[in-house]
Design a protein around this ligand. Structure first.
Ligand code: NDP
Ligand code: 2IT
Length: 447
């Protein structure tokens, strides 16, 4: 065992969380530990402050019951959480996810990753994540609104512009943020930037809806530029059909790429000659209405392959934009056979450790989510600035700022990740994010 692996093993065995109980959290921490423990050890201040151990034990975990009434008048009970991982470099910041799979393990991993992502943006944003095991599928609008109100009823005391600023994530979009904000305003008797992703008429930012998907493509364009290439004519596979997937698809198309797929839990929407913006907009409308995409109108072109994943189709680039661990060893092997040479993560931690190892052994370049999907939280940071200044910036100004932030993230990550023969973006992102956090944590004393 080399020194790096030995350090990682000792560190992981010291975590309070058990790997069987919190597998996603362990996976996320181990992925970072491998790259940053030697950096920590080589700096006396960072080592003394035990920076990574501090980040791997959240500042606070809020866990609460959410009680609400469904349309038949029955009481429904869910569990909600907010994991406030670290506010060392800014107020706690990160999304809310509503999905039956949500548990403490998932939110601890997402809060941990968020700290590094937010550090990479260069903005003053701490790390957090929250959500509930609530399944909005099949629920009416009024039910989802009541759920959002009950959720915020429990969380409002802990949320505020300088305290903790939630945003959206899976199944939490602009509509839900509106309801959550209304509830926060009422509970706190205050108006301020306590959530991001708000509507434009009450403090939201232009481009926030598009930001994660657009930012992903700006990051990808930097990667290609570094290799003397562009997106023009590239065949792109995208998983997911949500906010991140559809905006990445639209931006990639506008830059000349051929987007061959989108997908959901039921199957893959496939267009051999490339999806059109009309087809993507049809998907967005169906998703917003809670309807499936299994039967696209013939005039739009694509067909839906039930139970199929996008990864078996020949292509150049893959953008997993659905959820964590959606690509395991088998899917990674498919990607290699499909000829994919770049995987850029729109989702958070969409690759298992084994999948990443398989891809890297075949020289597939991986852009980790903490760098490649940071555009969403970056524009959230810009929304907070606009709120604090009581300003609204133009779409052009926000888009240009987003592009600059993604370019700067790429520069830092490529710099830290430079290895003989190329760039290890995963390592670069972990180290660049860690350095900023470590400087702040080690400068602030033992708190
Ligand atoms: P949406 O709710 O808009 O879309 C989620 C998509 O992922 C849907 O297509 C959904 O399929 C699919 N999906 C969700 N859970 C699963 C699952 N367990 N298995 C398979 N597919 C699943 O979410 P977003 O687009 O906002 O989020 C997608 C990913 O991007 C997540 O990993 C999120 O953390 C990450 N992300 C989001 C950001 C944002 O600003 N929104 C910022 C950075 C990262 P179906 O419709 O069938 O459920
Ligand atoms: O994973 C993420 O970065 C998000 N869901 C967005 C977080 C935010 O605060 O905008």
């Amino acid at each position: 065992m080399n020194r790096k692996d030995a350090l990682t093993e000792v560190f992981m065995s010291g975590l309070a969380a058990q790997p069987e109980a919190e597998p996603n959290f362990h996976q996320a921490v181990e992925g970072v530990a491998r790259d940053v423990l030697t950096v920590e050890k080589n700096d006396a201040d960072y080592a003394a402050a035990r920076v990574l151990a501090c980040l791997a034990e959240p500042d606070r975990v809020l866990s609460f019951r959410i009680t609400w009434e469904d349309d038949t008048g029955q009481v429904q009970i869910n569990r909600g959480w907010r994991v406030q991982t670290s506010n060392a470099i800014g107020p706690y910041k990160g999304g809310l996810r509503f999905h039956p799979s949500v548990d403490l393990d998932t939110l601890k991993f997402l809060g941990f990753e968020q700290c590094f992502k937010n550090a990479l943006t260069g903005l003053p944003l701490g790390g957090a994540k929250g959500g509930a095991d609530f399944d909005p599928r099949g629920r009416s609008e009024r039910e989802i609104m009541r759920f959002c109100q009950a959720f915020m009823g429990a969380l409002a005391p802990f949320v505020g512009p300088d305290q903790d600023v939630p945003a959206g994530d899976i199944n939490v979009g602009a509509r839900e943020i509106g309801w959550l904000f209304g509830a926060w305003r009422k509970h706190r008797q205050s108006f301020g930037g306590a959530l991001t992703g708000k509507g434009l008429s009450f403090g939201g930012s232009e481009i926030r809806v598009e930001a994660t998907g657009f930012g992903l493509i700006y990051f990808l364009s930097c990667m290609l530029h570094d290799r003397g290439e562009t997106l023009e004519g590239k065949r792109v596979l995208i998983s997911g059909k949500g906010n991140v997937a559809t905006h990445a698809a639209l931006k990639a198309m506008s830059l000349g790429a051929k987007v061959l797929t989108l997908s959901d839990t039921g199957g893959t929407l496939y267009a051999p000659d490339g999806l059109t913006p009309e087809a993507v907009n049809w998907v967005r409308i169906r998703k917003a209405r809670g309807e499936d995409i299994a039967h696209p109108p013939a005039s739009l072109g694509p067909r839906y392959k039930a139970d199929a994943l996008p990864w078996e189709i020949e292509a150049d680039i893959a953008l997993p934009c659905a959820t964590q661990n959606e690509i395991g060893s088998a899917e990674a092997a498919q990607l290699v056979s499909s000829g994919v040479t770049i995987v850029a993560e729109g989702a958070n931690m969409p690759l298992t450790h084994e999948a990443a190892t398989t891809l890297q052994s075949k020289d597939v370049i991986i852009a980790p989510g903490k760098a490649a999907n940071a555009g969403g939280v970056a524009v959230s940071g810009l929304e907070m600035s606009q709120n604090a200044m009581r300003q609204s910036w133009t779409p052009e100004r926000v888009d240009a700022a987003l592009r600059d932030i993604m370019t700067e993230i790429h520069r830092q990550v490529a710099h830290e990740g430079r290895v003989p023969g190329g760039i290890d973006y995963r390592r670069g992102a972990n180290i660049a994010g860690f350095r900023r956090l470590a400087k702040a944590i080690s400068a602030q004393g033992v708190v």
